[in-house]
Structures are given as structure tokens and as C-alpha cells.
Design a binder for this molecule. Structure first.
Ligand SMILES: Cc1cc2nc3c(=O)[nH]c(=O)nc-3n(C[C@H](O)[C@H](O)[C@H](O)COP(=O)(O)OP(=O)(O)OC[C@H]3O[C@@H](n4cnc5c(N)ncnc54)[C@H](O)[C@@H]3O)c2cc1C
Length: 492
């Protein structure tokens, strides 16, 4: 069986390792970037780091005991991924500089045709019995829709494509957006720039983050047999408690929210900055951020927090609704990602030429975030409703690759051509997922977790443990096996 995996981040790499381990050797990983790493290849901004502790934000099958900090910086995570790929001999399967443009299922041959282009514009195509879309949720930088943006005469870039050739020292800089990335790079660049104006749409809830190097004794302790396992279990429980707070906003959430408020009050000694930075929504509705450096940075002499909305961009800088023009040398967009787009603009068609874009016109949905009816042997990793606000995405990815491997093993063992989730199973699981959001903090404000209809399409509504249990064993009754050839006009 030939499997094409699209994306060489944590997801695509985990899929390849799992499949190889179970005898699926004909694997091709197509990656649009010049290198593997996904998130950790692209996000090189100053201060870039994970915010889930590294002893848990790493594969269970490739644990490291020598992380330098609680939450490792980007170069360390990228090095880790490169090491995992080398250890598993995966380099030969990865084809970089291949941007996949389409995946088409053929009902007659029961195969996928995957088309890609490279940076010179040359096209290539790949045939496979299965495709794995490991394109991530936080991959395509989002730019704000602002009049005059292109007419700005200074320098500008998005935080996920940091321009390291541009020297920020002594410059007047605007940062648009105050999400998870900005919160990491603002304290770093505030030390260097002449003036920093931070444009905020809404404030964040914060919890502390200890970002110091591990002392030698901690590193030594982690090497003691058994300690690492205990540590991972403790971290798992700690993160599940954050989910408990989000799921129960009026009880546990209120308690954790008070802890966050106490921490923030202590950090925000300037009453004016405190007033501006304070979030106006329920704790946990948007991503809770971990930083002990960001709020103090906002109170530096050279930093101004601006909460008036930007109405347009003039050649000299952003203009806010109060009529002020903020003249700057550089604008950095910390405006996050096109999270609702998933793998689009890729063109994907399944049985009877059905387009995934049409199937998802009301918002993305998939059984356990993994499979969509009418798209046989196509699997999504980090798909709809598998993001987490209180957990590690790697935990989810590992469960997903175990599940898809079980699905493909069924195809192989049964001699079928492909496997397709039953429409009624997918519809029921989607209804259940959506119903589980009722009463949770996620529904209490607008956030990138929801689409324009208010449907939460990014997040899993429950605990990691629950997702792990549901994906542990694939239920064969949830699927139909597709036998080739399918006569034209009928479905599987
Ligand atoms: C700054 C930052 C910090 C984060 N910190 C954490 C954290 O602490 N904990 C946590 O759990 N999660 C964190 N995340 C989320 C993170 O995205 C996931 O943890 C994880 O890295 C996702 O891996 P992935 O392989 O699914 O996707 P990605 O890492 O996004 O990889 C997707 C890959 O697919 C490729 N691709 C996309 N489209 C195409 C195409 N058409 N053709 C070919 N290739 C394509 C991309 O180039 C990319 O390499 C963070 C995200 C960001 C941006």
C-alpha cells in the first residue's frame, strides 16, 4: 500500500514512524517548506518556545531527559525533531519543496492522485492508496484586513516568517496582535527597540511561566529511572486540570481564574496598563497564556499598549479610531493563523467527485477529527476539533496515528481497496462533540476556535484522557470497506 503524507511537522513524522513500525514501507512525505519541522521550522521569532512543558510536549516513544528548560526554545524543539527523523531513518521518505495543490480520489482505480508544485513552478504527481493530511491548524499566517496595508513604506513581516535580516535595534516598531506568539516576542524585542507600540484587540488571561534554565540537580534527578514517567504523569494531570477549569467556568474555572487575576494584579503595577490589558471575557474562553515576562514588558518606558482599533494603515504607520497616526519604521504582525482553513486552498475531491470544501461549507467536521465520509482512506491529523487549550497536541497526534494505522491494517488484512467512515457515524460523533461544548468557557466569547457561525471547529471539547480512550481501538462497525472497482454512479 502506498501512503502519501502531506506535511513534515510533528504529525506527519509521527504518522510515518507508526506506519513503518507496522510494515507500511511505501511512504512519501511531501513538505512545502525547504525543511522538516512544521511549526518549529517556521516560527523562529525571538523568544519562540512551546508553552506545554517539553517533558510532555515530545513524543512518548522518543523521550528526552536533557531538555534545558521547562518550555524549550524553538531551536531545541527543531533539533529534537531532526534527531527523531534521523533515528528512525525517515530522511529518505521526505520530499521537501513540494506544495501539494490537490488530492483526487478515483472511484474506478480506488486510488488517490496527489499533485504538487515546487518553488520553480514544476509540477509532480503521486499515486497512493491512502493520503494523510498532516498540514496542521497553525500553519498559514493570517494578515489583518486593513485598508492601506500594502501602502506602508516602512518594513513589515508576520511573526511566523520573522525577518532576521532586519535589525530592530533603535527602531520605532508596531506590533499588531497580542496572542500567544506576540506574548513571547514582545518582551524580547522591547529590550532592543527605541519605541514599541503594541496594538491589542482583547486582553489575555495569564498564568506564570518559569522560563529559567534547569539547574543541574533537576536534570540529574530527571535521569533517575522512573522520575521521567512520574513527571509526565504529573504534567498530564496538571494540563487536564486546566481543561477542567475551561469545562466548568462557574466552579473550577472561577477558582483558577482568581489565581490568574491575582498573578496579573501583582504583575500589573501601573493602573492604566492594568485597565487596558485586563481581559473582558470568561477565563479560558480564549487561550490562557503562560508568561511571567509579557505584562512587565508592557510597563516599560519605551512600550505603549494601545487598545483603540486600527482603522487603516497610512504610508507612515497605523491609524487608530481616535485619529492618531502612529509613525513607525516597522510593523510586525502577530496576528496568528488562518485556523479555519485547515489544508485549504488545497483542492480535495472524494467519491463521485465530491469536494471537501462543499462538504465543509458550514464548518469543518470529521469523525474524531480524523475521517470524513466519502473520502476513503484519507486521514486528517490535527483536524477539526482536535486542538486543545489545556494539553499537548503531540498527545493527540500520537493517538491519531495509532488509529489511522489500525484503519489501514484493516484494509491490508481484508484485501479491500480502502476504508470509509459511515456517514451516520460521523454525523453522530459530530453532534456529540458539539453538544459537549454546552456550558463551557469556549462558548462564552469569540475566538479563533470558532468559525463565523459560532461553531467551535478547532477544539476538542473534553479531556486528553477521553480522546485517548476513544481513539485507542478502532471500531470496525464504524467503517465500510471499499472494494475495487466501484461502478460509476454508486457509493462505497
Ligand atoms: C509558536 C507556536 C507555539 C506552539 N506551542 C505549542 C505548545 O506548547 N504545545 C502544543 O501542544 N502545541 C503548540 N503549538 C501548536 C503546534 O502547531 C502543534 O503542537 C504541532 O507542532 C502541530 O504539528 P503538525 O505536524 O500537525 O502541524 P505543523 O507543525 O503546522 O506542520 C504542518 C506541515 O505541513 C506543511 N504543509 C502545509 N500545507 C502543505 C501543502 N499544501 N503541501 C505540502 N506541505 C504542506 C507545512 O509546511 C508544515 O511543515 C504551537 C504553535 C505555534 C505556532
Amino acid at each position: 500500500m502506498r501512503v502519501v503524507i502531506i506535511g513534515a511537522g510533528f504529525g506527519g513524522i509521527a504518522a510515518a514512524i507508526e506506519l513503518r513500525k507496522h510494515g507500511f514501507d511505501d511512504l512519501t512525505i511531501l513538505e512545502s517548506a525547504p525543511e522538516l519541522g512544521g511549526t518549529w521550522y517556521y516560527n523562529t521569532y525571538p523568544g519562540a518556545a512551546c508553552d506545554v512543558p517539553s517533558h510532555f510536549y515530545s513524543y512518548s516513544f522518543a523521550q528526552r531527559r536533557d531538555w534545558t528548560r521547562l518550555c524549550s526554545p524553538q531551536p531545541e524543539i527543531l533539533d529534537y525533531l531532526r534527531g527523531v527523523v534521523a533515528d528512525h531513518g525517515l530522511d529518505k521518505h521526505i520530499v521537501t519543496d513540494r506544495k501539494v495543490t490537490s488530492c483526487h480520489w478515483d472511484d474506478q482505480t480506488c486510488r488517490w492522485t496527489v499533485r504538487a508544485t515546487d518553488s520553480s513552478g514544476a509540477e509532480s504527481s503521486y499515486e497512493a492508496e491512502s493520503v494523510v493530511l498532516a498540514t496542521g491548524q497553525l500553519n498559514q499566517p493570517a494578515m489583518p484586513k486593513l485598508d492601506g496595508l500594502d501602502g506602508f513604506t516602512g518594513h513589515s513581516f508576520h511573526s511566523a516568517r520573522w525577518d532576521h535580516d532586519y535589525d530592530l535595534r533603535g527602531k520605532r516598531v508596531a506590533v499588531v496582535g497580542t496572542g500567544a506568539s506576540a506574548v513571547q516576542f514582545v518582551p524580547e524585542i522591547a529590550k532592543e527597540v527605541a519605541e514599541l507600540r503594541v496594538f491589542q484587540r482583547s486582553g489575555n488571561w495569564f498564568l506564570p511561566r518559569h522560563h529559567k534554565m534547569y539547574p543541574k540537580w533537576v536534570k540529574a534527578l530527571i535521569k533517575v529511572p522512573g522520575v521521567q514517567a512520574v513527571r509526565r504523569t504529573m504534567l498530564f494531570r496538571y494540563m487536564e486540570s486546566l481543561t477542567a477549569a475551561i469545562r466548568n467556568p462557574t466552579t473550577i474555572g472561577r477558582f483558577v481564574g482568581r489565581r490568574s487575576a491575582r498573578f496579573m494584579r501583582n504583575q500589573l503595577t501601573d493602573p492604566e496598563v492594568r485597565r487596558k490589558a485586563w481581559p473582558d471575557y470568561t477565563f479560558g474562553c480564549k487561550r490562557v497564556l503562560f508568561s511571567s515576562e509579557y505584562l512587565p514588558a508592557l510597563q516599560r518606558e519605551n512600550v505603549e499598549l494601545i487598545t483603540e482599533a486600527i482603522t487603516r494603515v497610512e504610508p507612515s504607520g497605523p491609524v487608530t479610531e481616535d485619529g492618531r497616526t502612529h509613525e513607525v519604521d516597522c510593523i510586525i504582525y502577530g496576528t496568528g493563523f488562518k485556523t479555519n482553513d485547515f489544508m485549504f486552498p488545497m483542492d480535495i475531491t472524494g467519491t463521485e467527485g465530491r469536494s471537501l470544501r462543499d462538504v465543509w461549507s458550514g464548518g469543518a467536521h470529521a469523525h474524531l477529527g480524523l475521517t470524513v465520509p466519502g473520502f476513503p482512506s484519507m486521514f486528517l491529523l490535527y483536524g477539526p476539533n482536535t486542538n486543545t487549550s489545556g494539553g499537548s497536541i503531540i498527545f493527540f497526534l500520537e493517538r491519531q496515528v495509532g488509529y489511522l494505522r489500525q484503519a489501514l491494517s484493516r484494509v491490508r488484512d481484508s484485501g479491500a481497496a480502502a476504508i470509509d467512515v459511515r456517514p451516520e457515524v460521523e454525523a453522530a460523533s459530530d453532534r456529540e462533540v458539539q453538544s459537549r461544548f454546552a456550558g463551557t468557557a469556549w462558548t462564552m466569547c469569540d475566538s479563533w476556535y470558532r468559525n463565523e457561525n459560532g461553531r467551535v471547529i478547532a477544539n476538542w471539547p473534553n479531556y486528553m484522557k477521553d480522546y485517548g480512550e476513544r481513539t485507542r481501538t478502532l471500531n470496525p462497525d464504524d467503517f465500510t470497506l471499499v472494494r475495487a472497482p466501484i461502478p460509476a454512479g454508486s457509493s462505497a
